[in-house]
Every structure is written in structure tokens, then in C-alpha cells.
Design a protein around this ligand. Sequence first.
Ligand code: GTP
Ligand code: MG
Length: 322
Amino acid sequence: MSKEIRSITDLPGVGPATANKLIEAGYATIEAIAVATPQELSAAAGIPITTAQRIIKAAREALDIRFKTALEVKKERLQTRKITTGSRNLDDLLGGGVETRTITEFFGEFGSGKTQICHQLAVNVQLPKDKGGLSEEGKVAKAVYIDTEGTFRWERIEAMSKRWGLDPDEVMSNIYYIRAINSDHQIAIVDELFNLVPKENIKLVVVDSVTSHFRAEYPGRENLAARQQKLNKHLHQLSRLAEIYDLAVVITNQVMAKPDVFYGDPTQPVGGHVLYHAPGVRVQLRKSRGNKRIARIIDAPHLPEGEAVFVITDYGIADPED
Ligand code: GTP
Ligand code: MG
């Protein structure tokens, strides 16, 4: 998105009064306006059709929605950058690390290391490029940590920072933490990120876990469709965020280990394919002996096959041989 247009009031022809009308009618974001028709917008905000057309055009330009040549697509893809996980094995499995411009989902049973990986990435994104982070000369790459389960621990950030010789307080001051209290709040936080992200050079957004509120609020089969619809919209917002701002989105999803499962594919999360249709990279985590964990990529033909073994240590995610 161009630097100038960050919220709907930055669009030409949208003053405070029009903005309020648009927001009330559900057009609170640039995205929503970009996909509206001039007729809808005109009716919603009480503005002439021609003004509505101008606003929509500006929103689309701001989001870079236009035909691109294949060469432009290639150049954009080549810009994709990677954050190290702290384990070379896991990095190799991911084709170099956790990518920007996409959603990476870590799913697995309790204690499989999802939250530890999120902590580690919030630290590692701040490393300079040659150390596997996304910080540039004089411009620190920061992280947003959306915690839905209350399992964020600053002590872990401190320990993981010390491992790289970083100043823990400095690292912590570059992680924006928020506890999401329910699914609506979680969604609203992500909408708000379209304002915060460009101001603060955020290069990683963590949602740990992305599914817990949705599962709790929409229990049972009868609510599955409604839950899925809401979750899909949320994931779509996250994926737009990743693309527009060239940042990495990392989400977690707890799934039960069911060794007795006798139907279907045991590598698929049991209890609903909640993230099945979302774009991105899906990584399954399993517990192994002691502090060892096994990671495996699901449904990603462009990534190497096989499994990676990593360990969770006092100083973070590492390789067994470290
Ligand atoms: P749920 O959120 O319950 O689904 O689990 P999770 O996948 O998020 O698991 P998490 O990342 O919290 O991993 C927990 C495991 O990390 C624990 O079982 C410990 O083995 C390990 N761990 C957590 N903190 C420390 C620590 O300070 N030192 C060491 N050595 N290991 C730790
Ligand atoms: Mg967790």
C-alpha cells in the first residue's frame, strides 16, 4: 500500500463526516471500499456516484489491485524474505525459514512447541538479515503478538534474546503484545493492524492460537458453518496484511493427538479442517522423546518432503546437535 493511504480518511474525498457514514455502513477499511460498487458506496455514504468512483479507484490503487506482468510477479516473489526459527533443521524444512507475504500455520497437540516457536520468531525477526532476521541498517523489524490463551511469557523472550547477545529489554520493547478476549476482539485487532503495521515496521504478526476463541464460541456441528465463515474472513484479512506489508503471519492451531483414529488421514487435524482452505504453509508438530519435537510440512509441493527434528531448550528452539 502506498505510504500516504493508510486508513479510509486518507482517501481523496473522504472527510470525517463521510468516513463516519462509511464506517457505520460497514466500509471501515480500504479493502472493504476497494471491493464495493460505486452504487453501494454512494447510497451508504450519501455521496455522488462520481465521488464514490473516485474513492474506490484510490482504494484499489492503494492496495495495488491491478494487472501485473508475470515479470512483476516474479520480482515480487523474489523479494520474499525469511525468518530463522532458531533450528537449521526446521529452517531447511521450511525452505530457509518462515516466509514473509504468507501465513504459516503450526498445528499440533498441547506441548508440541507451537507457543515456543512463536516466542522465538518474535525475537528472531529482530535479528539483522545476515543472522536470519528482517532488521535492516537503522530499522529494527518488530513483532505483534496476539495472545488468545494467556500463554505469553516475557521470561522466555528474555532468555531467547540473551542467546543471540541481544539486549532483552530492547527486544521486548519491539514486541507489541495484546490479549484478545474473544473472537470479535481478535478480528478487530487485526483490522487495527492495518494502521499500526506501516507506522512501526512490523515484520511479524503472531496469532497464538488463531482457533481457540472460535472453537469455544461456536461449539458443535450446528455452529460449524458460521464459525468457518467468520474464521475464513479473519484469515483472509491476515493474508492481505502479509501481502500488502511484506510481513510474516504465524498462526497456531491446537489439534488433539488421536493415535486411535481409524478413519481418514492421521496427518490432518482431527476436529475440523478449520484452516484447510486458507493460503500458506502448514506445519504439523509432534512430540518426541524428551525435549525433541518433529515437524512435517503438509500439502506444500514446493517445499522439501520429510521431517525435521528440533529441540526446545532453556534458550529456545534449537537443533538436537547444538
Ligand atoms: P498448547 O498451547 O498447550 O497447545 O501447547 P504448545 O504447542 O503451544 O506448546 P508450547 O510451545 O507451550 O511447548 C511447551 C513445551 O515447551 C513444554 O512442554 C516444555 O517442554 C517446553 N518449554 C517451555 N518453556 C521452557 C523452558 O523455559 N525451558 C525448556 N527447556 N523448555 C521449555
Ligand atoms: Mg501454546
